[in-house]
Write a protein that binds this ligand. Structure first.
Ligand code: GLV
Length: 322
């Protein structure tokens, strides 16, 4: 059997090498789509990343494919319906990156509210002359309202951390959570509109789907408070970039901190990069040593199960088995 791994992973691949011939794409940049398309007819298993476009054409060309295993929790880069139609199970890595991503969300929230990145730029550029009563004033967290958009695993982990800051937490999601979950987390349900108009901080934790694409546009920013701060560690395309620029530039909202952009990487000539009140990190939500190792292990376990014809432990399209 043959396996293609589309990037160097932070883990030993000998488990895979025992059952198959393993080819690892060696570059730092992802392989071109055309290269993948040429390669896919020869392989039995594909271990891919969110930077690989796995569409219908590619899946149909993968006549020998027994499994696609993505080292990420999100899978909006994969045409799941096409995989299911071909009978190919798709694996992903939920759970193991929840806490790391919630941590990064809080790192961004604190950085934006207390203007950490601006402060660092200020210091390094030699502007720090003395202690000033009104230098780099930010927003308090204690007593503030945190609005969580999407209360899945990561949204819940973010909510748990808010307790330590004595914040009021509200959330919105496609489906309201059970009362026990709401009570255990100390969160209250709101419509998106109510959440936007009353939150001091809004943090996005939904998957990217056709319904959440550009969920945040001009109208949503108009509903937010001028002191509000937006955090996005989910997917760039949930926020319309031009609308975010307008909102930050005109002071419709105070600041934003985003770990995901549209497109990725953010073009260096993006007007967003001219804004002082925006922090951008390079999609590093799950980027801790232990988390990335666990993600790689999980992706390998999914792939091995697929190659053996067993059910993937973490399968995105379980309908493939019915
Ligand atoms: C990262 O963005 C992931 O989906 O795991």
């Amino acid at each position: 059997m043959k396996i293609l791994v589309t990037r160097n992973l932070p883990i030993d691949l000998s488990d895979l090498a025992q059952v198959a011939e393993v080819e690892v794409w060696p570059e730092r940049q992802p392989p071109a789509y055309e290269w993948l398309l040429e390669k896919v007819p020869e392989i039995d298993g594909l271990l891919c990343l969110l930077t690989d476009r796995i569409d219908r054409t590619l899946l149909e060309a993968g006549q020998r494919l027994k499994a696609v295993s993505q080292m990420a929790v999100g899978y909006d880069n994969i045409e799941i319906a096409a995989a299911t139609a071909r009978g190919i199970p798709v694996g992903h890595t939920p759970g193991v990156l929840t806490e790391a991503t919630a941590d990064l969300t809080w790192a961004l929230l604190l950085s934006a509210s207390r203007r950490i990145v601006e402060g660092d730029r200020f210091t390094r550029s030699g502007q720090w002359q003395t202690w000033e009563p009104d230098l780099l004033l930010g927003a308090d967290l204690t007593g503030a309202t945190l609005g969580i958009v999407g209360l899945g695993r990561i949204g819940q982990a973010v909510a748990r951390r808010a307790r330590g800051f004595d914040m009021r937490v509200i959330y919105t999601s496609r489906q309201r959570c059970d009362l026990e979950v709401e009570q255990a987390l100390g969160v209250e349900y709101r419509s998106l509109e109510q959440l936007l108009s009353t939150s001091d901080f809004v943090t996005i934790h939904t998957a990217l789907t056709s319904e959440t694409h550009y969920l945040f546009g001009d109208r949503q920013f108009q509903q937010m408070q001028p002191t509000a701060i937006l955090i996005n560690t989910a997917r760039g395309s949930i926020v319309e970039p031009a609308a975010l620029y307008r909102a930050l530039q005109t002071g419709q909202i105070a600041a934003a901190a985003i770990d995901v952009t549209e497109p990725e990487p953010i073009p260096m000539d993006s007007p967003l990069l001219t804004l002082e009140n925006l922090i951008v990190t390079p999609h590093i939500g799950s980027a801790s040593v232990k988390t990335r190792r666990k993600m790689a292990e999980m992706a390998i376990a999914n792939l091995l199960a697929g190659l053996r014809g067993e059910r993937l432990p973490h399968v995105v399209n379980p309908e493939v088995y019915s």
